[in-house]
Design a binder for this molecule. Structure first.
Ligand SMILES: Cc1cc2nc3c(=O)[nH]c(=O)nc-3n(C[C@H](O)[C@H](O)[C@H](O)COP(=O)(O)O)c2cc1C
Length: 336
C-alpha cells in the first residue's frame, strides 16, 4: 500500500465528508470486504486480553468512522484488532449542518463538528446482529440525542444500552464530544456519578441474560487534573470498567489562526494532550482501570508512547485518514 500517498493526494482534492461517505459506501459492499484479504496482508497478530475479552491485536478503529456498523468485515480485513462503532443515539438524527469535516494536512489534523449523525440504536442493533468476523471485538459508543436535555441524558444512555447490549462486546459512554451542546457537562463531578450509577444499574440487570459486559467512559483531552480524578473516582465507585482517553480537543491553537472553526480537533497535535490524560488516569486509578488510548496516533513511536503511558489498547481515526488502510500493520510492525 505504498500507493496510498498517491491515492490520498487524489482523494484530498475532494470534500472530506464526501470522500468518507464514498469510502464507507465501497467498504460496506460484501464483495469488496470479501475481496480485500486477497490484496492486504493477514491481520497483525499481537494477542491482548482486556476485561477478559480477547483482541487479536490492540489497535482499534476509533468511534465516528463507522457510526452505523456498516463495514465491520472490511475493518477486519484491514487488520484492526477491534472496532468501536457509533456514536449511536436512541433515535436517528442528521447531525449538524455541513460542511462539518475540515482537513489540515500540514498539521496532520482534522476539525469536525458532526454532532452524532446516525441511524439510531434500533437500526444499528439489527445490523450488529448479523454474523461477525471472529476475534475482533466490537465496542458500541453511545450518546444522547441532541433534543434530550442534559438532565434527562442518563435515560438516553440507558436506552442505547438496552437496544445494543446483546450485540456488542463492550460499551463506551461518549460524554466528551464538543459538538452536542452541554454534553461535556456530564463530565462534572456530580453529573458523572449520577450517569455512571444509572448505566451501571442497567448493565447489571441486562447482565443476568447476556452476561456482564464492560462499560467504559470516553473523556475529553481538555480536563484539569482534578476533573480527571473525579471521573476516575466515580468510575471506580460505580463499577465502570475503563476509560477511553480521549475525544477531540476544543484547543485549536495548533492550527493556522486565521481559520476560526467550530468543532473538535483530532490528529497529531492532540497526541501530547491525550498522553497527559492517559498518564493521569493511570496514576489516579493506581493502574486499576484499563485505558484505551486515543488521539494523534499515526506512527509506531506514538503507539509505543501510548502503551508506556498506561494504555492497554489504542484507537486511531485521523491516523487512518492520513496513513491509509494498513495503519494497524504499521503501528504493530514497521519501524518507521
Ligand atoms: C470526523 C470525526 C468524527 C468523529 N465522530 C466521533 C463520534 O461519533 N463519537 C466519538 O466518540 N468520537 C468521535 N470522533 C473522535 C474520535 O473517535 C477520536 O476520539 C479522536 O478523533 C482522536 O483520535 P485521532 O487523533 O486518532 O483521530 C470523531 C472524530 C472525527 C475526526
Amino acid at each position: 500500500m505504498t500507493l496510498y500517498p498517491l491515492i490520498r493526494s487524489i482523494l484530498f482534492t475532494q470534500d472530506p465528508e464526501f470522500i468518507h461517505d464514498v469510502a464507507l459506501g465501497a467498504l460496506k459492499i460484501p464483495a469488496v470486504s470479501r475481496a480485500l484479504p486477497s490484496f492486504l496482508p493477514p491481520p497483525p497478530s499481537c494477542p491482548t486480553t482486556v476485561w477478559g475479552l480477547q483482541f487479536r491485536n490492540p489497535v482499534g478503529l476509533a468511534a465516528g468512522f463507522d457510526k452505523n456498523a456498516e463495514a465491520i468485515n472490511s475493518w477486519a480485513a484491514m487488520g484492526f484488532g477491534f472496532v468501536e462503532i457509533g456514536t449511536v443515539t436512541p433515535r436517528p438524527q442528521h447531525g449538524n449542518p455541513k460542511p462539518r469535516i475540515h482537513r489540515f494536512p500540514a498539521q496532520r489534523a482534522i476539525v469536525n463538528s458532526m454532532g452524532f449523525p446516525n441511524h439510531g440504536a434500533d437500526a444499528v442493533a439489527k445490523r450488529l446482529s448479523s454474523p461477525r468476523p471472529p476475534g475482533m471485538p466490537i465496542g458500541a459508543n453511545v450518546g444522547k440525542n441532541r433534543g434530550t436535555s442534559i438532565e434527562s441524558a442518563a435515560d438516553d444512555y440507558v436506552e442505547c444500552l438496552r437496544h445494543l447490549y446483546p450485540h456488542a462486546d463492550y460499551f463506551a459512554l461518549n460524554i466528551s464530544s464538543p459538538n452536542t451542546p452541554g454534553l461535556r457537562h456530564l463530565q462534572d463531578a456530580n453529573a458523572i456519578r449520577d450517569l455512571l450509577s444509572a448505566v451501571a444499574r442497567e448493565r447489571d440487570s441486562l447482565a443476568t441474560d447476556a452476561g456482564r459486559k464492560p462499560v467504559v467512559v470516553k473523556i475529553a483531552p481538555d480536563l484539569e487534573d482534578d476533573q480527571i480524578g473525579a471521573i476516575v473516582a466515580a468510575a471506580q465507585e460505580t463499577g465502570i470498567d475503563g476509560i477511553v482517553a480521549t475525544n477531540t480537543t476544543t484547543d485549536h491553537s495548533a492550527l493556522p489562526n486565521h481559520i476560526p472553526l467550530a468543532g473538535g480537533m483530532s490528529g497529531l497535535p492532540l497526541l501530547d494532550l491525550s498522553l497527559r490524560i492517559v498518564r493521569i488516569v493511570r496514576e489516579r486509578s493506581g493502574g486499576a482501570l484499563p485505558i484505551i488510548g486515543c488521539g494523534g496516533i499515526s506512527k509506531r513511536e506514538h503507539f509505543e508512547r501510548m502503551i508506556e503511558a498506561g494504555a492497554s489498547l489504542v484507537q486511531v481515526y485521523t491516523g487512518f485518514v492520513y496513513e491509509g488502510p494498513l495503519i494497524a500493520h504499521h503501528l504493530l510492525h514497521a519501524r518507521r
